[in-house]
Ligand binder design. Structure first.
Ligand SMILES: [Zn+2]
Ligand SMILES: [Zn+2]
Length: 338
């Protein structure tokens, strides 16, 4: 089969790969229908992430089931499913607590579309993908929802959701600050979700006109601030800047006893944090990967209610055959569909 392969910064090629096969009776094989480009994929393509090629790219995807192991009974052939980017069994003590990104049944960091030292599971830009623990991993696509509209649910939409949703439910009339610019789409999804969940105010900082316009279109207040000097005070802050100044801005704008979540990956061994400032304000700081499988049903609820329309954040829709070029597009969210 053909598989889109990340070779090095700026270069993606279609390579031949072996078709995956069922390896356990709890596996299914799926055919990807719509694939979204994760913000981390673009960081690698732009040469900003230490993810050495070659590897099969793509880990945000909606697919249809084409083959099932003998013990799979709650799914059907032809069913459209959301595939979480992380492999999770649904039964271990981490999965049971919702930490599906740290499943104990597979090697650490097992996920699709990454270099093989993070577990080799293949990439979504392929004709077929094997899904283990299928009945626990896969989430059915609700009737009436187009795969291309929700392809990023596997990762980036859930990533945006977890920065704001768990806290908004506990704070009345919360004000939210999102510092964007690094994780291109996660910051925008966080903004859209905070608005959808009824935050009193959502401010979105960036220096890119197009992303600022998108933030405004989903109901956030755009703030053009390349220097990340914005001052203010917010109960909930999000660092999606992947920039040390942006991180500091988010933390320093967090009000006493507030919570700041950083989704930007800082690849250097040591990144400065204003701990003294955080101590006196009693700030909670959260970082790490989203727990994809656990978060997907919560975001689907928002989409089903009509409050969140992820397709409004898609900046480029391309055909499958054009993916090698489309994945290099610098806009926030590329989606490829068959
Ligand atoms: Zn990702
Ligand atoms: Zn598990």
């Amino acid at each position: 089969m053909k598989q889109l392969t990340f070779i090095k910064a700026g270069l993606l090629e279609w390579h031949e790969a072996k078709l995956p096969t069922l390896q356990a009776d709890t596996d299914v094989l799926v055919r990807p229908l719509a694939v979204a480009r994760c913000d981390l994929d673009f960081a690698a393509i732009a040469g900003r992430a230490p993810l050495p090629g070659p590897y099969a790219i793509g880990h945000e995807f909606i697919a249809e089931i084409v083959e099932m192991g003998d013990s799979v009974s709650s799914l059907n052939l032809g069913q459209k499913v959301i595939v979480p980017f992380q492999i999770s069994c649904g039964k271990c003590r981490y999965c049971l607590r919702g930490f599906t990104g740290s499943c104990l049944a597979v090697p650490p960091m097992s996920m699709y579309g990454m270099p093989s030292n993070r577990g080799f599971w293949g990439g979504a830009m392929s004709d077929l993908v094997r899904v283990p623990f299928a009945e626990n991993m896969l989430v059915k696509v609700p009737e009436g929802i187009e795969p291309k509209n929700i392809a990023s649910l596997s990762d980036n939409i859930v990533d945006g959701w977890r920065t704001v949703a768990p806290y908004l439910s506990n704070i009345v009339e919360a004000e939210v600050l999102i510092v964007g610019g690094g994780a291109l789409s996660v910051g925008l999804y966080a903004a859209a979700i905070a608005v959808a969940l009824g935050a009193k105010r959502v401010d979105y900082i960036d220096h890119d006109k197009t992303r600022l316009d998108i933030a405004q279109s989903v109901g956030a207040n755009p703030i053009d601030d390349k220097a990340y000097k914005q001052a203010g005070s917010y109960q909930i802050t999000v660092d999606a800047s992947a920039n040390v100044d942006g991180l500091k801005c988010a933390i320093c704008c967090t009000e006493p006893e507030g919570i700041c979540t950083s989704v930007g990956i800082y690849f250097s061994e040591s990144t400065p944090l204003p701990l003294n400032h955080m101590f006196y304000k009693g700030i909670t700081f959260k970082t790490g990967r989203a727990n994809s499988r656990a978060g997907i049903p919560h975001v689907l609820e928002l989409i089903n209610s009509g409050k969140l329309r992820p397709e409004k954040l898609t900046t480029k829709l391309a055909t499958w055959d054009d993916a090698a070029e489309a994945f290099k597009d610098p806009s926030a969210k590329v989606v490829v569909a068959r």
